[in-house]
Design a protein around this ligand. Sequence first.
Ligand code: KIV
Ligand code: ZN
Length: 351
Amino acid sequence: MRKINFFDTTLRDGEQSPGVNLNTQEKLAIAKQLERLGADIIEAGFPASSRGDFLAVQEIARTIKNCSVTGLARCVKGDIDAAWEALKDGAYPRIHVFIATSDIHLKHKLKMTREQVIERAVEMVKYAKERFPVVQWSAEDACRTELSFLAEIVEKVIDAGASVINLPDTVGYLAPAEYGNIFKYMKENVPNIHQAKLSAHCHDDLGMAVANSLAAIENGADQIECAVNGIGERAGNAALEEIAVALHIRKDFYQVETGITLNEIKRTSDLVSKLTGMAVPRNKAVVGDNAFAHESGIHQDGFLKEKSTYEIISPELVGVTADALVLGKHSGRHAFKDRLTALGFQFDSEE
Ligand code: KIV
Ligand code: ZN
């Protein structure tokens, strides 16, 4: 089966969540847990952005041995140099360089022409490749970029040495079919695309980040970028735990495998929530407190007879140990009796 690489950006895009500030020790604790979880790549930060970020990325790169540690850099020599200094002692160093490609960003933010963006991207990928064994290049705002231009720049950065091409939905704008189509288009229109892995990076502004990531996988993406608990800039990134569990539970449909150790998911989610101060909503898929709780009498009765009537994910799969049956106003006799028995009471039905 095709293997999907998990590129975790909890410590970079995730830390860009408004109000979140992690110190080096906290970042290191999360990185170690991500290593236990089986992330393939950890994006530890943006080394050129501050001294603190540089030191945290360096510490993580020196400590983590079983994943590739990466750092973000603009297509600017100084950023690439800072990333190399921070990452060079890592077991599998790689860099993540990006530049925006949409006309909106070119006109209003970069004030560059398309030709200038191509030239800069190619030059900086070559510069990065002189240092790093693996260069990932991202087309920021890829989803609002004209497809023929996107294909042209992707071909050129692959020729320049990029072996991972990331196509972010930076503003969380596309629907799954549209996002999937970008990957299909690249596969069909970029002549050297087989020399690179394609990567998805989705934001959740319209609540479609996970669905879009899965659509990318269906259309040939070999890597997905995601964050634990879906944290990240604005409405956040695609939630790592949701994608990992969807790919596992629906392996029959997606036909791919991952290196994620699923029963480390809850522990990872709890740690990230505690250290970032970002609470997980009770009804959040996979890691919310209510994700495995059944309250209504009909559901509880079915569940007690056969769990699969109302449960497609077993809590143990993701490391959750909690009461499944919550007694509330919708609960019925079966669950009540079950709870009394568990508490050691024996009543006859009249009592
Ligand atoms: O959302 C985005 O486009 C990013 C890039 C820097 C990859 O985070
Ligand atoms: Zn992002």
